[in-house]
Write a protein that binds this ligand. Sequence first.
Ligand code: ATP
Length: 209
Amino acid sequence: MIGLFGGTFDPIHFGHLRPALEVFESLALDELRFIPSHITPHRDQPARSTEDRAEMVALAIRDQPGFVLDTCELERDRPSYTVDTLALMRERYGQNKPLLLIMGSDAFAGLPSWHQWQRLLQLAHIVVMARPGDFPDSAGFPGDYVESRRVDDVADLRQRAAGSILRVPVTQLDISATNIRAALKQGKSVRYLLPEALRDHIHSRHLYN
Ligand code: ATP
C-alpha cells in the first residue's frame, strides 16, 4: 500500500513527521510519499516557493527509508487539487493498488469543502491522524457518509483499492507550521520542533526572515 501525504509544509515539522512514521509502520506501507502543494486553492499562497518547501521536505525525510518526496503538484501549472493528484496516482499505480490519502483530523473535518471531494474516496482510502484540538469528526458530511465508510482494521484497507476511512492513533504533537513561522519571525528558537538539519538550513538560507 502507498501512503500519500500532502501539505503546504511551510515548513515541515515533527507534527507531520512523527505521526507519518507511526502510520507508515502501523499500516506497513510500501512507501509514504510527501507531496508539497504548489498552487494552494484553499489558503494564501505560502511565501516560500514550492521548490524551497520541497527542499525542506527532502532534507527532513532523507534518513528515513520508505519516505519519498513527490513533486507531482509542482509539475502542474494550475491549482493543486488533491483529486487531480489522486487521479494521477491511480494512473501511475493502476486500478488495484490500495492508495491511502493521509491527513490530520483538522484537514479531514474540512474535507467537504474540497474540490470534488466525493471523488476522493473513489480514488483512495483516507487515513486520519488525530491532531490535538477539537475537530468535528463527521459533522460537515452528509448523512452517514463517514460512518458507512469507516473501518477499524488495516486488513480492511488491503481488501480494496479505495473507499474506506480509517483513524490511526498517533502521538499527539501540538506543533503547527503557523506557530513555527511566528517564532522565527520573533527571533525565537524553533529547536525541538523540527529536525536540527532543517533548522540549520532555514537559518543559513534566511528562509523566514
Ligand atoms: P499551517 O500551520 O501553515 O496551516 P500545518 O502545520 O497545519 O500548517 P500543513 O502543511 O498545512 O501543516 O499540513 C499538512 C497535513 O499535515 C494536514 O493533513 C494536517 O492535518 C497534517 N498535520 C499538520 N500538523 C499536524 C500535527 N501536529 N499532527 C497531526 N497532523 C498534522
